[in-house]
Design a protein. Structure first.
Length: 148
């Protein structure tokens, strides 16, 4: 399937790679279908969550454990049921990244991770109620702490 995107131009995607957000994303509830696109730079930890419903929209995402190895989340049983998670090893965890003009102030939303069940491509952004994680967590500060 071909997709003409604002940021990547015309790309070929496989239908089996389409990720379904039944509730959309907070603030983007009407966007239900996405694909995960890797970076052309194979060493980059960043990926893009490209909307199929509005090809002008793509979110930069990162696995938060890249810069915060001790990142740990407690997911409610109701979320596990919604995503039909059978094995946590089949769940990808991403945080949405905000990259301002001053790249040193780049942040990731650790308070509301995106979970993707790779067994069925169902996904959801959850809000961690009982968490000390922040919506704007400075990525480069964390990398300095771990020597990255």
């Amino acid at each position: 399937m071909e997709l003409n995107t604002k940021h990547f131009g015309l790309i070929e995607i496989e239908e089996k790679g389409i990720i379904q957000f039944t509730d959309g994303l907070p603030g983007f509830e009407n966007l239900k279908q996405f694909v995960l696109l890797g970076s052309p730079d194979k060493d980059s930890p960043f990926q893009w969550l490209q909307s199929l419903d509005n090809t002008d929209i793509a979110f930069v995402v990162i696995d938060p454990r890249v810069f915060k190895p001790d990142y740990d989340i407690d997911v409610d049983d109701s979320e596990v049921e919604i995503l039909r998670i059978k094995d946590v090893k089949n769940v990808l965890v991403y945080s949405i990244v905000v990259i301002p003009d001053d790249i040193s102030k780049m942040t990731a939303n650790l308070k509301a991770p995106i979970l993707i069940n790779i067994e069925n491509n169902m996904a959801k952004q959850i809000v961690l109620d009982k968490s000390t994680y922040q919506v704007r967590h400075y990525i480069l500060d964390e990398l300095r702490k771990i020597g990255g």
